[in-house]
Design a protein around this ligand. Structure first.
Ligand code: GLN
Length: 224
């Protein structure tokens, strides 16, 4: 399996993401810079967490207009898997690759804690390794994670099985509508999520619940 992780000025989880991919899949991801206009030939592109461009304007807004995002959009169009975590999720909504948007957390505070995630979709490349309804632990760290979609968009997202994960057991940390923590595009090859699965893949991090997501992708690609 070939993957690439894109770094923007202000990214801070690119190293964690590369380590997680290496640890779980055994493959070293390629490092891509935000000014690159082309992507290497990969199966998976990851937009990592952080504070790209200092979160100026809106979190993810400037990154969504950076040269590399054009290449990401083209790759997504062709069916390449694209995963955006936290700031990466914000970029994907800002770029129009995922529906909805991420607003300031409902209580206006930065949240840094562990949440429970309930798996709602088990058919996408990212979620196929989970059991339906499986609840897992995952850390969050953000101030703009309050997922919003207007009623019409929400009906479509819910109706077409595009919700991948919901905050479970009363752990919604940011006021997201319908407790939505992660959303897929209509084709299922783009996933954005606020929690950080890359930060729970090694017992040294306090658990390995995040591994299933990376294993889902790797198993699919290895057996393809
Ligand atoms: N950890 C992150 O990626 C943070 C995302 C964004 N800067 C926010 O605070 O909402």
């Amino acid at each position: 399996m070939k993957s690439a992780v894109i770094t923007f000025p202000g990214s801070n989880r690119e190293r964690d993401m590369m380590n997680a991919l290496k640890l779980v899949t055994g493959h070293e991801p390629a490092a891509v810079w935000h000014q690159d206009t082309a992507l290497p030939d990969v199966d998976l592109v990851v937009l990592p967490g952080g504070f790209s461009y200092g979160d100026y304007l809106r979190a993810g807004a400037i990154a969504a207009r950076s040269p590399v995002l054009r290449a990401v959009a083209e790759a997504a169009d062709k069916g390449t898997l694209v995963l955006g975590v936290c700031n990466g999720f914000q970029m994907l909504t800002e770029a129009g690759l995922l529906p909805g948007s991420l607003m300031r957390n409902a209580d206006l505070h930065f949240v840094c804690r562990e949440v429970k995630l309930e798996t709602v979709n088990t058919t996408s490349p990212f979620t196929r390794g989970f059991a339906l309804g499986q609840v897992w632990r995952c850390p969050v760290a953000h101030h703009d994670g309050n997922y919003f979609a207007d009623p019409q968009a929400l009906e479509k997202i819910e109706g077409e099985g595009q919700v991948a994960f919901r905050y479970g057991e009363g752990t919604n940390p940011n006021g997201s509508v319908n407790d939505i923590a992660g959303v897929l595009n209509g084709e299922g090859n783009v996933l954005g999520m606020m929690p950080h699965p890359e930060n729970l893949v090694d017992p040294l991090q306090g658990g390995t619940d995040g591994r299933t997501l990376f294993e889902s992708i790797a198993n699919l690609l290895e057996t393809a």
